[in-house]
Design a protein around this ligand. Structure first.
Ligand code: NI
Ligand code: MN
Length: 227
C-alpha cells in the first residue's frame, strides 16, 4: 500500500491510506493558503485537534455532506453532535483506538481550545497515527514540550510540526522538538497563512539538516508526501 499525505495549507492535511480517506483540521474556505474548497473534500474520517476556528471551520459541512466520522476529544465530539454531526468517535488525551484505517492515539499539546461560539473545547491535542505504512505524529498547535521524547519512542516515520511561531512553536523550538522526537522525516505546517506566522521554510529545512538527524520535507499547499 501507499499512504499519501497532502498539505492543504495551514494545519490541514488530507491523508489517503489506500483503504480510507482522512482529513485533519479542515480549514479551507476561509484559508487564504488552501488550494481547494471544503466542497472538494472526500472523507471517511475527520480528525480534529482542538476547537479553534482555523481547525474546525469546515468540519460540519464536510461531515454532513460526506457522512464522515469525526474523531476528536470527547468534549469536542459532543459539540459537533449539537451542530448535527451524526457520526463521532470521542477519545481523550493518552487514549488510543484502533480505527478501520489504523490506530489513533491522542497526545498532549500545550495550547488553548475554545470553540468558535465560545464553548469550552477541553484540552487541545496532537495525533499519533499508526498506519499500515508507518507512524506519523501530528503535533498540531502546540508549544515545545519535553514529553515529545516519549511520543518519539513509537518510532516515527514522519513528524509534522508547526513552525509559524506566535500562536505555536516557531522554527527554533521545532529543532528542539525534532531532537526529542527523532523522526526519520519532518514536515512543517501552520505557517505562511497570514503575516503573523510568515516563515522561510527553506531556511528552516537547512537548519533541520545541519542540526538534527531528520530529513526535512517541504511541500507547497497541494503538495504530497508519500509514506
Ligand atoms: Ni489553535
Ligand atoms: Mn491554529
Amino acid at each position: 500500500t501507499m499512504t499519501k499525505l497532502t498539505w492543504l495549507g495551514h494545519g490541514t492535511w488530507a491523508i489517503e491510506t489506500g483503504s480510507h480517506k482522512l482529513i485533519l483540521d479542515p480549514f479551507l474556505n476561509d484559508n487564504p493558503a488552501a488550494p481547494i474548497t471544503a466542497d472538494d473534500v472526500d472523507a471517511d474520517f475527520i480528525l480534529v485537534s482542538h476547537g479553534h476556528f482555523d481547525h474546525v471551520a469546515d468540519v460540519v459541512p464536510i461531515a454532513k455532506r460526506t457522512g464522515a466520522m469525526v474523531i476528536a476529544l470527547f468534549d469536542i465530539c459532543q459539540w459537533f453532535e449539537k451542530q448535527g454531526v451524526e457520526k463521532t468517535h470521542g477519545q481523550n488525551i493518552g487514549g488510543a483506538w484502533k480505527h478501520p484505517f489504523g490506530t489513533v492515539k491522542m497526545t498532549i499539546a500545550h495550547h488553548s481550545s475554545t470553540m468558535p461560539d465560545g464553548s469550552p473545547g477541553g484540552d487541545p491535542a496532537g495525533f499519533l497515527l499508526s498506519l499500515a505504512d508507518g507512524n506519523v505524529y501530528f503535533a498540531c498547535d502546540t508549544a515545545l514540550f519535553t514529553d515529545m521524547q516519549w511520543i518519539g519512542r513509537a518510532g516515527l516515520d514522519l513528524a509534522v510540526l508547526p513552525i509559524g511561531d506566535n500562536y505555536t512553536m516557531g522554527p527554533e523550538d521545532s529543532i528542539e522538538a525534532i531532537k526529542l522526537l527523532k523522526p526519520k522525516r519532518v514536515a512543517p505546517a501552520h505557517y505562511n497563512t497570514w503575516p503573523p506566522i510568515e516563515q522561510d521554510a527553506n531556511a528552516w529545512a537547512e537548519m533541520v539538516k545541519k542540526r538534527t538527524d531528520a530529513e526535512p520535507v517541504v511541500v507547497q499547499p497541494g503538495g504530497v508526501i508519500e509514506l
